[in-house]
Design a protein around this ligand. Structure first.
Ligand code: ATP
Ligand code: ZN
Length: 336
């Protein structure tokens, strides 16, 4: 997942009838389709992805879900020795936690805040009028205390912080969450709502770095057992603005983020399907998490993009799961 190591947008309120004040990219038809890949169209034609009319917002077929469930279970088996604490959260976080996370400093362009109607009957009449006239009706939509989860590990840090200093061995937490990122795209691997499975490590710098290198090895072996071509590369998060360029450079210089890339949408620009992140003491500082020696804790995480991994499998092994190589099906569906 991405972390704001260096430094309000509204949800779409589109309806079938009304025009809104949202920028055009909300609506798929208005996106520039020139030079568009056909992978998205193929996935839709095969019924794996069900378009909703908003770019990056899809329904999933039973077949796609079956693969995602199998990947999720495979990741569970791979991490069985970690004694991870399993935590599950809804796909939204407390706005106060979101503010404290400094996400708006680093990635304001990706954030999604939940807004709700906060008027009386008079204002409701005005909203209905606007809807009838296909005018902007969102004037009385006000921010709630709910913000969409941007990365699965975000709800974990405030919870761990409330528990006092870490035990000497630190902690490993297993999370899975739907995540929202406002990055509408015709690339089917770049969705606005998708699932991220993570193991989050909280402890000393040495513990977190050892965890990350162990997971790079494990995850690469997992992707190879699925017969997917891949490369590991140093990466940076899409920090916002001019200051963001400095943050991105610094993230690379410190080797904080690695990604496992698989060619999916294009051969030339392979897609990051897994990431291995070291946040140094960034979240430890923000949330006042202490290790067992009462020093600021370090954190890191390994993130698996479940839709990206599943789409990579369909891309490389075909849209008919029954025709996938036997060893791939065994890896996914044997519970050994
Ligand atoms: P990218 O560089 O492609 O924007 P990322 O490096 O920001 O991705 P992370 O923040 O590391 O992604 O998230 C962990 C994993 O979540 C990624 O490796 C990817 O598999 C998945 N992921 C991230 N963004 C998306 C998205 N928009 N749609 C689907 N999956 C995503
Ligand atoms: Zn994370």
């Amino acid at each position: 997942m991405n972390s704001p190591t260096a430094q309000a947008s509204a949800l779409p309120h589109s309806t079938s009838r009304a025009a809104t004040s949202q920028p055009d990219p909300w609506r798929e038809a208005s996106l520039d389709r020139s030079g568009v890949n056909t992978l998205r169209d193929q996935l839709v034609a095969a019924g794996l992805l069900i378009p909703t009319g908003v770019a990056g917002l899809f329904g999933r077929s039973q077949q796609l879900e079956r693969v995602i469930d199998a990947l999720d279970a495979l990741i569970t088996r791979l991490g069985a020795d970690q004694q991870a604490e399993v935590l599950r959260f809804p796909p939204a976080i407390n706005r106060a936690d979101f503010e404290r996370s400094e996400y708006m400093k680093a990635f304001p362009q990706l954030a999604g805040t939940v807004h709700s109607f906060c008027g009386g009957e008079h204002e409701q009449q005005r909203v209905l009028q606007c809807l009838d006239r296909a005018e902007d009706w969102t004037e009385y939509q006000k921010p709630t205390y709910v913000v969409m989860t941007p990365a699965a590990c975000y709800p974990v840090y405030p919870v761990v912080a409330t528990r006092g200093p870490l035990p000497p061995e630190g902690r490993v937490v297993d999370v899975l969450s739907w995540c929202f990122r406002h990055e509408p795209s015709l690339d089917p691997t770049r969705m606005q709502l998708f699932r991220m499975r993570e193991f989050v490590r909280i402890g000393t710098a040495a513990q977190v770095l050892a965890f990350r290198s162990e997971w790079i090895t494990r995850a690469k072996a997992l992707i190879e057992s699925l017969l997917l071509p891949n490369t590991l590369d140093l990466a940076n998060d899409p920090f916002f603005g001019r200051g963001g360029r400095i943050a991105a450079r610094s993230q690379r210089e410190q080797s904080l983020k690695f990604e496992l890339l698989i060619p999916v949408e294009s051969e030339e620009k392979p897609t990051a399907c897994l990431s291995f992140n070291y946040h140094s003491d960034h979240f430890g500082q923000l949330w006042s998490i202490q290790d067992s020696d009462l020093r600021v804790a370090h954190t890191g995480c390994v993130g698996f993009g479940l839709e990206r991994m599943a789409i990579a499998l369909f891309k490389h092994h075909g849209f008919d799961v029954g025709q996938w190589p036997v060893s791939v099906r065994e890896t996914l569906w044997s519970s050994a």
